[in-house]
Design a protein around this ligand. Structure first.
Ligand code: UGA
Length: 435
């Protein structure tokens, strides 16, 4: 059996990226300290209470906790006791679309002041190109001794809902660094995953991340635009996407038309890429259009419902699925939020159910909508059901039972999950997107 080299690692940030990264590196045999300045979050993690739902994450945390995985509030402790420091803190969007990098700047200064032995500082957070350069300049400016350090960019490509799986089965690992030593360390660290490792300079690695997310978002907006044309022309976007995807140059993934992309990555990363491109001197008009198509897609769906129900005032609409995608309780930039707000503005009453994010949604909608206990409770006496997230649970629905519970059997399928002909055969009126 091949023995892999293990390292002492600190991951700064216990969010979706940081916590998954920390747990997975500990599973590979490394000693990992996961640091966060949110005292409440760390105290809960030390009691093994997860801050969010992510399949398989809890299992890994339970298995490695206090053997190889530790949680702390002390950045100082984390920095001093590790050779590799991953920065995985949030880079939230500012009003103008740029990323707020203040947390990264503070951490860079802290690292500079606490540099007690060689450190490899790796940016994992999604950051604008040239951030690596800025981290290096900041550490050089504030450090008080001659201790060496290196910087690397190692963008993550984990998807929420399958982040643990993605960590262990990457399509590629990107490492951007100018240092031979850093390259060797990261190659050793990732060796157990047996994945292709792409080595570039730091700026290039940062652009790879920008370009990956923007390209995926562009694929979704492209198929959503085609879906609208399919609606106008009486064609079927599912068949179009299937045929397109069989062309290897296009590929079959991310061609599912629907209510558009959400989540904390695509909307904000696209905005950040638009901003940085402009700042560097290039107007990325293509991305502006991608964003526009995505923004109007939600209203387009509501308009289709309106077309069917005519007047929404006093109609009861059941919303199935709130999270921005299945297998997560994350509601950040979820299309469901805008769609529900549009429907409420039109005077509809809403009864909603999501397998994981009802609790989080209560904080947003308070008592303006009814939160149902299950699917059947949600649809009772409704005029229409809207599917907004393609949870597995919804695919097993007993539509005969549902039909009896509804006031009028209308289904608005925001994720094109179902077959129009099958539902029409059961007596439903079906609203899809481009199908
Ligand atoms: C995305 C990328 O897929 C990851 O590679 C990346 O690491 C991550 O952002 C990040 O930058 O942190 P994520 O936002 O978790 O991951 O989710 P995706 O699976 O990419 O889905 C994003 C949105 O697109 C969801 O709302 C989903 O419903 C929507 N989508 C996806 C479609 O509308 N159609 C599709 O065909 C695929």
């Amino acid at each position: 059996m091949k023995i892999y080299k293990n390292y002492n690692i600190t991951v700064i940030g216990a969010g979706h990226v940081g916590l998954v990264t920390a747990a997975c590196f500990s599973e590979l045999g490394n000693k990992v300290i996961c640091v966060d300045n949110d005292k409440n979050k760390i105290s809960k993690l030390n009691k093994l209470i997860m801050p969010f739902y992510e399949p398989d994450l809890e299992k890994l945390v339970l298995k490695n906790f206090k053997k190889r995985l530790f949680f702390s509030n002390s950045l100082d402790y984390g920095i001093r006791n590790s050779q590799i420091i991953f920065i995985a803190v949030g880079t939230p969007p500012k009003e103008d679309g740029s990323s707020d990098l203040s947390a990264i700047e503070i951490i860079s200064r802290e690292i500079a002041l606490k540099l007690n032995s060689y450190k490899l500082i790796v940016e994992k957070s999604t950051v604008p190109v040239q951030t690596g350069q800025k981290i290096k300049e900041t550490i050089l400016r504030y450090k008080k001794n001659n201790v060496e350090f290196d910087i690397a960019s190692n963008p993550e490509f984990l998807r929420e809902g399958s982040a643990v799986y993605d960590f262990f089965n990457p399509d590629r690992i990107v490492v951007g660094t100018d240092s031979k030593k850093a390259k060797e360390i990261l190659k050793n660290l990732y060796a157990p995953l047996k994945s292709k490792i792409i080595i570039t300079d730091i700026n290039t690695a940062e652009i790879i991340k920008h370009a990956s997310n923007s390209f995926l978002a562009a694929k979704i907006s492209f198929i959503n635009a085609v879906a609208r044309i399919c609606d106008l022309a009486g064609a079927n976007v599912k068949d179009v996407a299937y045929a397109l995807g069989l062309d290897k140059r296009i590929g079959k993934y991310f061609l599912d038309a629907g209510i558009g992309y959400g989540g904390f990555c695509f909307p904000k990363d696209l905005e950040a890429f638009l901003y940085i491109s402009k700042k560097l001197g290039y107007e990325f008009g293509l991305l502006s259009e991608v964003k526009k198509i995505n923004e109007t897609q939600k209203l387009y769906f509501v308009e289709k419902i309106k077309e069917k129900l005519w007047i929404l005032k006093d109609k009861k609409i059941a919303i199935l699925g709130l999270s921005f995608k299945p297998n997560t309780d994350d509601l950040r930039f979820a299309p469901s939020i805008d769609i529900i707000n549009y429907l409420l503005k039109e005077g509809a009453s809403i009864s909603a159910y999501d397998p994981k994010s009802n609790e989080a949604a209560k904080k947003i909608f308070k008592d303006n909508i009814y939160f149902a206990k299950n699917i059947y409770d949600a649809v009772k006496n409704s005029d229409c059901i809207c599917f907004l997230t393609e949870w597995e649970e919804f695919k097993k629905i007993d539509f005969k039972k549902i039909k009896k519970l509804l006031k009028t059997p209308i289904i608005a399928d925001g994720r094109n999950m179902f077959n129009r002909k099958e539902l029409e055969f059961l007596g439903f009126e079906y609203i899809g997107i481009g199908t």
